[in-house]
Design a protein around this ligand. Structure first.
Ligand SMILES: Nc1ncnc2c1ncn2[C@@H]1O[C@H](COP(=O)(O)OP(=O)(O)OP(=O)(O)O)[C@@H](O)[C@H]1O
Length: 670
């Protein structure tokens, strides 16, 4: 008899996707309570942005995190107050041993303070006591904040909303979503919101509350649901259609989870600031409601532009990116009834003429242009798949992508970090495994909140990436592959901001948590490096100009500093000469065509007159030299130019040739 038959541990079992992800939450970025709070907010915010952008509406996202004490949570769960029967069972019970240890520690601390007061005075002892009290309080804060470990997270948007019938499946079934096509979106896996729901189910047991309306819909869908983890199916508690008198459209999702605000507060705020950098056309209102109102927080990241990148478009699979299973699925799903139509209809970069040539290669296998793709034998499908990988197809055009745009990236960095210098660059469309991608970069110097050294900001499909930076292609390229010194940038003392945004129909994320992009994709490494280098080259010119300006100002300051002394010395000589014999040797040597000495004698010229004239002279040579410098630089084609950004009115972002004129350079759109 087999072990399974005996009821041993080898019994065959099956898991639903929901069970798998509930047991392996960390794969999706749900590691610990603090990180879970962060990832929940992040997933809901990114859904909100995807949703508003899908209907070309300027996003308005309201995020609220509200502390829920254990007592309130119990009320929400319908649990009454519990009077403890056996105190010793509980975590917070102080045993006799623990009490002795605490008293010994306190006595030792008292002795230390008394000794300090005797040697260094009362003030030093008081400061040490305050310091110890602060450390003790910090220690308590870092530990689990009992009573406020639960949070109600609500995210509301003005996006496309969800249809009434779809809501249970969209939000209550793992691996279901609308973003699986070949399209650039923030979401991809059909997992994020459900992971938040699974986490809430595992920690508080409270359901998802969803309110949503499609555009022009006269009712709002109102749902309370959770997920049957075992069946991976939605479990609807209540569903209703409520009046929508004000014509609102969008979604408002709310759930109550365990979390840790104090340990992830900084990360969450950093995330919001960075998403505001890469999405300057969105408005984010953030509110943290604490049980103690003094710890509450309200922040608004305002919209700075109404120019939204054109929305990404869904595109067809590139022939070199499909695997055998995908070819089979496309054959099953296609509406084409001939092989010729199938190839042109389902694949990118396959024209009618090219499909004819491809079919020519397959003819020996017994197919022709009119063969119904659904009638292909499995050998014929295998041959077709092989052929698609052997033929060299034109690269995808990338016109379906939606990069943030240099204008938005620059604006975002300027508004959030206010750097002293900034340069931006948008790279050309490149290709990785048949998927187009575009890398945009900004490099800034100085500004708010940057530490000395290289500060890397990473974005993928316009999502900020805040974790696992050390292994990411952007961080590694910025810190290891750029020779900063050659651009007059000091890698350790200058405050350098490196912002890189990659958009693609397939970002090679490591893991479903979308935390970082691997450093092993050669095409991506070279595109990221080129984009950063382009920014650095622009910055080098600006830095040279700034240095020259600083030198010029220093020279002027030095000259100005000596004017009173120089004028005083000259005036003393002139005054002495003016009082000497006009026919004496000193006076004869002076060519006094402007009768300077007489003017000095008549007090028409005094020391102040000399000082004023010298100051005017310094000013004049300074301006002349600056002008000379500007002209020289202008002719050399560099520093005198200032980049000015005018947002294109049309939705194109691919630039063509540059037109150079004396006063400006204009970049044309293709
Ligand atoms: N705020 C929203 N507005 C409109 N539709 C939404 C919203 N939130 C979620 N959805 C719909 O629910 C689906 C599932 O969302 P979920 O967060 O689970 O996964 P996803 O965003 O598709 O992918 P990922 O797991 O990569 O985030 C989405 O594809 C979208 O169609």
């Amino acid at each position: 008899m087999s072990k399974a038959g005996k009821g041993g541990s080898d019994k065959l079992q099956q898991k639903s996707p929901a069970e798998f992800f509930a047991e392996n939450k960390n794969i999706a970025g749900f590691d610990n309570p603090g990180k879970c709070l962060y990832t929940t907010v992040r997933e809901l915010v990114e859904n909100a942005l995807d949703s508003a952008e899908s209907i070309s509406v300027l996003p308005l996202v309201e995020i609220t995190i509200e502390e829920v004490s254990r007592a309130r949570l119990n009320t929400l769960r319908g649990l009454g107050d519990h009077a403890r029967v056996d105190e010793q069972l509980y975590h917070d019970y102080e045993s006799e041993d623990a009490r002795k240890k605490r008293l010994a520690k306190e006595a030792k601390e008292k002795q230390r303070l008394e000794k300090l007061a005797a040697t260094k005075g009362e003030a030093a002892a008081a400061a040490a006591a305050a310091d110890a009290a602060r450390k003790a309080a910090d220690g308590k804060k870092a530990g689990p904040a009992r009573g406020t470990l639960f949070y109600k997270v609500t995210v509301k948007d003005n996006g496309c909303g969800m249809s009434h019938a779809d809501i249970p499946n969209m939000l209550g079934r793992v691996l279901s979503g609308t973003k699986y096509g070949v399209k650039q979106t923030r979401g991809k896996f059909g997992l994020g919101a459900k992971m938040a729901l699974i986490w809430s189910k595992m920690t508080t047991g409270l359901p998802f509350s969803i309110s949503s309306a499609l555009r022009k819909q006269d009712f709002r869908s109102q749902y309370e649901l959770d997920i049957d983890i075992h069946k991976n199916a939605p479990n609807v508690h209540s569903a209703a259609k409520l009046p929508n008198a004000d014509g609102w459209h969008g979604a408002c999702l709310s759930l109550t989870i365990e979390g840790n605000w104090s340990s992830y507060r900084a990360k969450l705020l950093k995330y919001l600031r960075q998403i505001a950098v890469i999405t300057p056309y969105a408005q984010f209102s953030f509110q943290y409601i604490a049980e103690d109102p003094k710890s509450s927080l309200k922040l608004t990241f305002r919209r700075r532009t109404d120019v939204m990148p054109p929305p990404p478009k869904i595109t067809k699979h590139h022939p070199s990116s499909v695997d055998l299973e995908l070819v089979k699925r496309l054959i099953t799903e296609t509406k084409a009834t001939s092989l010729s139509a199938f190839l042109t209809r389902e694949f990118d970069q396959v024209s009618k003429a090219l499909s004819g040539r491809l079919i020519g290669e397959l003819r020996s296998g017994g197919v022709n242009a009119s063969t119904d793709p659904k009638q292909l034998s499995s050998q014929q499908v295998v041959r077709l798949h092989q052929l698609l990988h052997e033929v060299r197809f034109a690269d995808p055009s990338g016109s379906h992508l939606s990069p943030a745009g240099e204008y938005n990236l620059r604006l975002g960095v300027m508004k959030e970090l206010q750097p002293e210098l900034i340069a931006t660059h948008a790279g050309d469309v490149r290709v990785f495994e048949g998927h187009a991608f575009i890398v945009e970069a900004a490099v800034s110097l100085g500004g708010r909140e940057l530490r000395p050294g290289i500060n890397v900001y990473r974005f993928a499909n316009r999502i900020p990436l805040l974790f696992e930076g050390g292994s990411d292609v952007i961080t590694r390229t910025a810190t290891k592959r750029i020779n900063w010194g050659s651009y007059k940038i000091n890698q350790s003392s200058d405050r350098v901001g490196v912002f890189v945004s990659i958009v693609s129909t397939k970002i090679p994320f490591k893991g479903a948590g979308k935390e970082y992009i691997g450093d092993d994709v050669e095409e991506m490494v070279s595109a990221v490096k080129a984009a950063i280098q382009q920014c650095c080259a622009q910055l080098r010119v600006k830095i040279a100009k700034a240095l020259a300006l600083r030198e010029q100002q220093q020279r002027r300051r030095n000259l100005t500093k000596y004017i009173p002394d120089a004028a005083g010395a000259i005036f003393t000589v002139l005054a002495a000469m003016a009082g000497s014999d006009p026919r004496g040797p000193k006076r004869r040597r002076l060519q006094d065509s402007s009768n300077l000495l007489q003017q000095v004698a008549r007090k028409e010229v005094v020391q102040a007159t000399l000082e004023k004239k010298l100051a005017e002279h310094v000013e004049r040579i300074d301006t002349d030299m600056a002008l000379e410098f500007q002209v020289a630089q202008g002719l050399a084609g560099g520093a005198a130019k200032q980049q000015l950004w005018l947002a294109p009115l049309c939705d194109k972002t691919h630039y063509g040739p540059e037109l150079h004129a004396n006063a400006c350079v204009v970049r044309l759109l293709h």
